[in-house]
Design a protein around this ligand. Structure first.
Ligand code: SF4
Ligand code: SF4
Length: 244
């Protein structure tokens, strides 16, 4: 396997990223005491991608290699799963470090797929990463529901409510399904119906993903989250059920 070559002495300027690294160390954490034990790398799903792993990434940060970090695509491959935090004996918050690394790159230069999905989610209050409007979502849900009720009489009483006030659960939804695989929405409806769960989608905030979080766009992340939580509160739902 090819190895990432770390060339020392290339960075002449003072690092700014290392200061952020130090800020996020929890009490008792010590970056300089990273044991290079590799526990973080061993369970990381992004290990090996772009010849990197969290241990190498951390070392580059500690060495002040800001430019290399900004240029590397590896931080964009981190899933933010947080496995590394749980196994690190020095309690180093690598996903937060990755998030900070992402903010170093100008927004328009961040990966197109994530950027496009975040921008699409900001088009409507639905938060759909596919840019689906309230009206289109309602049309698809109603259409699919009617089709299934007709084809499967045992589910004649099944509902897929949108903006039902006072429902127990506020459910969000993968954005791709209503557009590309609408039938994929139905199994969960059936489970909820069979279990007798009182639930609803929101016309606003039903899009379950938050690509703006992965884009490290704090303001847009907050906007999407506030919109969906705001709709759940407005409807008086007691529990927010995140499927994504
Ligand atoms: S698990 Fe923690 S101490 Fe071990 S290599 Fe990774 S960052 Fe360093
Ligand atoms: S949070 Fe990122 S770096 Fe940590 S284990 Fe998950 S993918 Fe790897």
């Amino acid at each position: 396997m090819a190895e990432t070559v770390i060339k020392l002495g290339r960075n002449k300027k003072a690092s700014t990223f290392i200061d952020k690294v130090k800020e996020i160390l929890p009490e008792g954490g010590n970056l300089n005491a990273c044991l290079t034990c590799g526990a973080c790398a061993s369970g990381c799903p992004a290990t090996g991608l772009a010849d990197m792993d969290p241990r190498k990434f951390l070392r580059m940060a500690a060495l002040g290699m800001d430019e290399e970090i900004v240029a590397s695509d590896w931080p964009w491959m981190c899933t933010m799963c947080m496995r590394c935090i749980y196994v690190c004996p020095m309690k180093i918050d690598i996903p937060q470090l990755v998030f900070n690394a992402r903010t170093l790159r100008p927004r328009e230069e961040r990966p197109k797929g994530i950027l496009g999905s975040c921008d699409a989610a900001l088009k409507h209050d639905t938060g759909s990463a596919m840019g689906t409007s309230e009206e289109d979502f309602e049309f698809v849900v109603d259409d699919v529901l009617e089709e299934y009720k007709e084809a499967q009489p045992e589910f004649e009483e099944m509902e897929a409510p949108i903006d039902k006030e006072g429902a127990e659960f506020f459910l969000n939804q993968n954005s791709r399904e209503p557009v590309t695989e609408p039938d994929e929405m139905v199994p969960l409806w059936k489970i909820l119906h069979t279990a007798g769960i009182d639930w609803t989608y929101g016309s606003k905030g039903w899009g379950g993903e938050n690509y703006c979080m992965f884009l490290a766009d704090d303001e847009s992340w907050k906007h999407l989250t506030s919109t969906t939580i705001g709709q759940a509160k407005k409807l008086g739902c007691k529990t927010y059920l995140n499927t994504e």
